[in-house]
Design a protein around this ligand. Structure first.
Ligand code: NAI
Ligand code: AKG
Length: 366
């Protein structure tokens, strides 16, 4: 076990038989501040699968926080369960108690399979919750800035490829029409783009077709894994991670990949394979930082305009990372890792006195 978690500071297994809660909280690195990261709920097939997911996701958060210039470290949590049948107020209150037991070392909110309302229940047990609805003092749904960040990422990518920020007149294949993917799809349709979409949720597919009837763009539904072979300009993964691997790279016909899904590359080497195939990859933890930027910004009280301005930095970061990748002949993922590690090294000097026992000065709740 210690070998598995060797890169992490702390991993907490949470068990509450009366509510059925089985959760894992992973704190990767708190050099820049207390750990921050959402909570994913999935019917994981095994505890090992859940552990592997939370370890990868929390490490990604350390890089995401450094890249987005927020004063938090990397953490994440997973709940083993089916969101459609196992999400109960009691389960989220029990989860909140475990979060509180970490005494400010870990802040959490929504991710795949959980909603802001779930965390209203957790909030009864701990102040270490972010992204609750505005009527509860939070900044609301973090998928709004995440989707906006994906749009900025698409513009930076098209700028790098073609010297224009124009999203119209291009085609996009989107995997996953959930909280983030649906909003990205709507914006692309509003820009008049051609989109190809897939989701395991029939309702989401029907809904986007209805939206397309009212917007200038066009939508075509694609079956499951056929999304990888679509002849579009950009592939936008907005569902699960680990989907870029030998087999899918073989099928891809796109010029670029830019999406919100965390940990899109199955292994680091796949970033290199994409580069060798001439596909420009927008590193996920740079592209999808909008939600993190919003929840971290709750420190100053909710303010949507400020969050959108900060989210715009994703555009500039990506342009810089693409340029460093070309200059140094390294993959964009390697360039993004260096970009974040340099920021972390510089800021860790400033934060070296951080005592880990003081909570940030949240103005939302105290
Ligand atoms: N919500 C946020 O603000 C952020 C989300 N992300 C990441 O973005 C991704 C999407 O997040 P959300 O939209 O919040 O999640 P969500 O749970 O609202 O949506 C995910 C969608 O993907 C679909 N899906 C699941 N498996 C699929 C498959 N095999 N093929 C096609 N569709 C499939 C689901 O039916 C659902 O519609 C996740 O990887 C998440 O970790 C990253 C940063 C922030
Ligand atoms: O949206 C959140 O609550 C925190 C950010 C996060 O977990 C993520 O960016 O994956």
């Amino acid at each position: 076990m210690f070998e598995k978690i060797s890169q992490h500071e702390q991993v907490v297994f949470c068990n509450d038989p009366s509510t059925g809660l089985k959760a894992i909280i992973a704190i990767h690195n708190t050099t820049l501040g207390p750990a921050l990261g959402g909570c994913r709920m999935r019917p994981y097939k095994s505890v090992d699968e859940a552990l592997e997911d939370v370890l990868r996701l929390s490490k990604g958060m350390t890089y995401k926080c450094a890249g987005a210039d927020v004063d938090f470290g990397g953490g994440k949590s997973v709940i083993i369960g089916d969101p459609s049948t196992d999400s109960t107020p009691e389960l989220f209150r029990a989860f909140g108690q475990f979060v509180d037991s970490l005494n400010g070392r870990f802040y959490t909110g929504t991710d795949m399979g959980t909603t802001p309302d779930d965390f209203v229940h957790a909030l009864k047990e701990t102040n270490c919750i972010v992204g609750v609805p505005e009527e509860y003092g939070g900044s609301g749904d973090s998928s709004v800035p995440t989707a906006q960040g994906v749009i900025y990422g698409l513009q930076a990518t098209i700028q790098t490829l073609e010297g224009t920020d124009e999203l119209a007149g291009k085609s996009y294949s989107i995997q996953g029409l959930g909280k983030v993917g649906f909003k990205v799809a709507e914006q692309l349709l509003a820009a008049g783009a051609q989109i190809y979409v897939t989701d395991i949720n029939e309702k989401a597919l029907k809904l986007i077709q209805e939206r397309a009837e009212l917007l200038p763009g066009n939508v075509e539904v694609v079956e499951g894994n056929d999304i990888y072979g679509v002849d579009a300009d950009v592939f936008i993964p907005c569902a699960l991670g680990g989907i870029i691997h030998d087999e899918t790279i073989e099928k891809l016909k796109v010029k670029a990949i830019v999406g919100s899904a965390n940990n899109q590359l199955l292994e680091d080497k796949h970033g290199l394979y994409l580069q060798q195939k001439g596909i420009l990859y927008g590193p996920d933890y740079i592209v999808n930082a909008g939600g993190l930027i919003q929840v971290a910004d709750e420190l100053y009280g909710p303010n949507k305009a400020r969050v959108l301005t900060k989210t715009r930095a994703i555009y500039d970061s990506l342009i810089q990372i693409y340029s460093e990748s070309t200059k140094n002949s390294i993959s964009t993922m390697e360039a993004a890792n260096r970009f974040c590690e340099e920021k972390m090294a510089a800021r860790s000097k400033r934060n070296s006195f951080f005592a880990h026992n003081r909570r940030p000065k949240w103005q939302v709740r105290n």
